[in-house]
Design a protein around this ligand. Structure first.
Ligand SMILES: Cc1cc2nc3c(=O)[nH]c(=O)nc-3n(C[C@H](O)[C@H](O)[C@H](O)COP(=O)(O)O)c2cc1C
Length: 335
C-alpha cells in the first residue's frame, strides 16, 4: 500500500509535514542542503532581528550604549547577532542562495515587536525570493501599567503592518501566554496572518552566582514541551481557517504523530536535529510512515486532526477537567 505523507501549509503543497525550524542549522547552505537530503519538506531560515536592522541604521556606538551602563555590558547586549547571522544584506543573500540551491520551499523569518522602519524588510525578503515569511513576535511585557489589550494590539498592529507591505504567505510565531490564546489566534488571522506557528519558546533569565550577572541560556527542548502546542492546535483546528504549525519538543515519531492527530499541518523541528544531526528528519519520517502503515492509514491527510477538540472522543481531555483528573490520578510512579 502506498502511503502519502503530503500536507498543505500556507497554500504550499509539501511532500511531508517535517519543516526545519529556524535555528543555526538553517543558517548555512551546507546544512540546508543536508536537511533537504534528509527529507525535510521546507525550511525556515534563522530570524532577521529588528535589532539587527536598526543596528545598520544607527551609529554603532549609539546602539552599543543602549540599555547598559558600561560599554562592556553593552557589547554583551547583542552578542549573538554578529555571529548568528551577519545582518540584513547577508540575510537577503542567504535567501537568494537557498532558493538557488534547494528545491523545497524556503521561508524567511523576521523577528521583532515594535512598529517601525524595519518592517520594510518584509518587502525586501519578498523580493529576494522567499516562498513565505514567518513573523516571530517575541515580547516580554515588563511594564506593569501596560494592560493586556495593549499588548495584544501591538501584535495585531505589527501583523497588519507587515501584511500591508507583502503579498507573500505570512505566518506568525507567538508564545502561549495570552489570557485567551484562541481569541488571540483569531485576531492575528483577521489581521492578515495565513498561519500560526505555536509556540515560541521564551528564554527565561538565569543568574550567574559567581559574577552576579543576569545570563541567558538557551537549552534544547524536552519532549514534554510538545504538549503545549498539542493543547492549542487541538482546540484551534476547527475554529480557525488558517494553517497551523507546531513547534517545540518534537524528538520522536510519536511526538510528531500526536501533533498531526490534533491537527498540525506541519511540525517545525530544531532541537532534535541540532542534537542528532539533520539525518534525524529521516528517522522521524520513517517512524511516521511505519505508524501510518501499522494503523492502516493511507495518508497524513486522513489522520490529520482526527483527535482535535471537535473530533476526539473525549474533548474534556482538553479542558479543566483534565487537570483535576491528572491531579487525582497522580501516583508519582514516573518520578
Ligand atoms: C539554537 C536555536 C536558535 C534558534 N533561533 C531561532 C530564530 O532565529 N528564530 C526563531 O523564530 N526561532 C528560533 N529558534 C526556535 C526554534 O525555531 C524552535 O521553534 C524551538 O526551538 C522549538 O522547537 P524544538 O523543540 O524542535 O527546538 C531557535 C532555537 C534554537 C535551539
Amino acid at each position: 500500500m502506498s502511503i502519502s505523507l503530503k500536507t498543505e501549509y500556507l497554500g504550499m503543497s509539501l511532500a511531508n509535514p517535517i519543516v526545519a525550524s529556524a535555528s543555526p542549522l538553517t543558517g548555512s547552505i551546507e546544512s540546508l542542503t543536508q536537511l533537504e537530503k534528509a527529507g525535510v519538506a521546507a525550511v525556515v531560515l534563522p530570524s532577521l532581528f529588528e535589532e539587527q536592522i536598526e543596528h545598520d541604521a544607527l551609529e554603532v556606538h549609539h546602539l552599543l550604549s543602549f540599555g547598559a551602563d558600561s560599554s562592556h555590558e553593552a557589547i554583551n547586549y547583542f552578542p549573538e547577532l554578529s555571529s548568528y547571522n551577519t545582518g540584513p544584506d547577508a540575510y537577503l543573500q542567504l535567501i537568494k542562495d537557498a532558493k538557488q540551491v534547494l528545491s523545497v520551499p524556503v521561508m524567511a523569518s523576521l523577528n521583532g515587536i515594535s512598529r517601525g522602519g524595519w518592517v520594510r524588510y518584509a518587502k525586501l525578503i519578498q523580493s529576494a525570493g522567499a516562498d513565505a515569511l514567518e513573523l516571530n513576535i517575541y515580547f516580554v511585557p515588563t511594564d506593569d501599567r501596560m494592560p493586556g489589550e495593549a499588548v495584544e494590539q501591538r501584535y495585531v498592529d505589527l501583523v497588519r503592518d507587515v501584511r500591508e507591505v507583502v503579498s507573500l504567505p505570512l505566518s506568525v510565531k507567538i508564545g502561549p501566554y495570552f489570557s485567551s490564546p484562541a481569541n488571540m489566534a483569531q485576531k492575528l488571522i483577521d489581521a492578515g496572518a495565513n498561519g500560526l506557528v505555536l509556540f515560541n519558546r521564551f528564554v527565561q533569565p538565569d543568574i550567574d552566582l559567581e559574577t552576579m550577572q543576569m545570563v541567558s541560556r538557551l537549552e534544547l527542548s524536552q519532549p514534554s514541551e510538545a504538549r503545549q502546542a498539542m493543547q492549542w492546535i487541538g482546540v484551534l483546528r476547527h475554529r480557525v481557517s488558517a494553517s497551523l504549525a507546531a513547534t517545540g519538543g518534537v524528538h520522536s515519531p510519536e511526538d510528531l504523530i500526536k501533533l498531526l492527530l490534533v491537527g498540525a499541518d506541519v511540525i517545525m523541528i530544531a532541537s532534535s536535529m541540532i542534537h542528532k544531526g539533520p539525518k534525524q528528519a529521516l528517522v522521524l519520517l520513517e517512524g511516521l510512515h511505519d505508524w501510518l502503515e501499522e494503523y492502516e492509514y493511507t495518508s497524513v491527510g486522513q489522520m490529520k486532526g482526527s483527535m482535535c477538540y471537535d473530533h476526539c472522543p473525549n474533548p474534556k481531555g482538553y479542558d479543566r477537567s483534565n487537570y483535576m483528573k491528572a491531579l487525582v490520578n497522580y501516583t508519582g510512579q514516573h518520578v
